[in-house]
Design a protein around this ligand. Structure first.
Ligand SMILES: [Zn+2]
Length: 85
């Protein structure tokens, strides 16, 4: 029983000193998202707050001279039903 406890303590100590797993996770989090090209200017879907690319967006609504882009027909309909936020 004492031996087992000593082993557990040993493993815990090694884990704390090393901390390898945590370091790897931090490095991955620091990387910028690869999916988004820096040049593309994204606009927000005002209904669900999602980023929409205006150059590829097909669901667009115009309200008081301003263009609004949406991720889905559902969001557009919701906006048109109540455009004043
Ligand atoms: Zn949306």
């Amino acid at each position: 029983m004492r031996k087992l406890t000593a082993l557990i303590v040993l493993f815990l100590t090694i884990g704390l000193v090393c901390g390898c797993g945590e370091k790897k996770e931090e490095a991955a989090a620091d990387k910028p998202a690869e999916a988004k090209p820096a040049e593309t200017q994204m606009v927000k879907d005002v209904i669900c707050n999602m980023d929409v690319d205006p150059s590829t967006a097909t669901i667009i609504s115009e309200y008081e001279g301003k263009k609004y882009y949406f991720c889905s027909e559902q969001c557009k309909e919701e906006f048109e039903a109540n455009p004043v936020q």
